[in-house]
Design a protein around this ligand. Structure first.
Ligand SMILES: Nc1ncnc2c1ncn2[C@@H]1O[C@H](COP(=O)(O)OP(=O)(O)O)[C@@H](O)[C@H]1O
Ligand SMILES: [Mg+2]
Length: 242
């Protein structure tokens, strides 16, 4: 079963074709990485899945819902797509405590008050931040802030988690730590994860399948082993070497 399908999705900005015509089926509970060099269209693709950006044409299906269809003039806003999102720049609310940041999506979805506390504490434990609930983001390290962002994305139990280069602002040690945490979440939760990165080590470590992108087009899709052992072309070969 697929959770996310992109069907002939394209993106044009002015005279520039950023994404020519893109189709991809992402399976339920799959961890899929979009891997490619800077400027190849990864962020554009993930923003279109999120509903933060509109394709010029095409169709996007998430779960049982068609969330975008240019032919039908159909558009679901991000909050109607049952997704969590984590970006490279944390994007936490600085005036709220860690607990309040995480409780916010639950309040927005009108989760009953007596459920909010237990769910926030459960998710804080999962990201190893149980002790930090009353701090403000400014009182946390970069790695801790990114874990708050992850907790905030997961707390509503979305069907799909979108991650756009979530480790790129962290130093090497924290990157490994966060990578381990994502692997742990993947193991224990049925969530579908779409992970954008230009770093092949992260992609290889975490992914069920990797999509190699170049100039908005798919060069090859496969497991890390398939891509390494039988690269479809020189681009895939050279990209995986770096
Ligand atoms: N708002 C915009 N206006 C014009 N060009 C853009 C805009 N956003 C992105 N682009 C271009 O689209 C291409 C893909 O960008 P992006 O999706 O951010 O790539 P990536 O995330 O893979 O680095 C780049 O060439 C970028 O310059
Ligand atoms: Mg990007």
């Amino acid at each position: 079963m697929n959770t996310v399908s992109l069907i002939n999705v394209s993106k044009q900005i002015g005279d520039n074709t950023i994404i020519p015509s893109f189709s991809l089926d992402i399976q339920s509970s799959e961890f899929i990485s979009l891997l490619g060099p800077s400027g190849c269209g990864k962020t554009t693709l993930i923003r279109m899945i999120a509903g933060l950006d509109n394709p010029t044409a095409g169709k996007i299906i998430i779960g049982n819902n068609t969330v975008f269809d240019s032919a039908m003039n159909l558009f679901f806003p991000p909050e109607k797509r049952n997704l969590g999102m984590v970006f490279q720049n944390y994007a936490l609310w600085p005036h709220m405590t860690v607990f309040e940041n995480i409780a916010f999506p639950l309040k927005c979805h009108h989760v009953p008050k007596d459920e909010i506390g237990p769910r926030c504490h459960e998710i804080l434990k999962l990201v190893h931040l149980a002790e930090m609930a009353t701090r403000k983001p400014g009182e946390l390290s970069g790695g801790q802030q990114q874990r708050v962002a992850l907790a905030r994305a997961l707390v509503y139990r979305p069907q799909v988690l979108l991650l756009d280069e979530p480790l790129s602002n962290l130093d090497a040690n924290l990157r490994v730590e966060m990578c381990n945490l994502l692997a742990e979440i993947k193991k224990h939760s049925p969530i579908t994860m779409v992970y954008v990165t230009h770093d092949q080590t992260e992609a290889v470590r975490l992914s069920d399948r990797i999509v190699i992108l170049n100039k908005g087009k798919i060069e090859q899709i496969g497991t890390a082993r398939e891509l390494t052992n039988s690269p479809a072309n020189d681009f895939v070969k050279s990209f995986l070497k770096h």
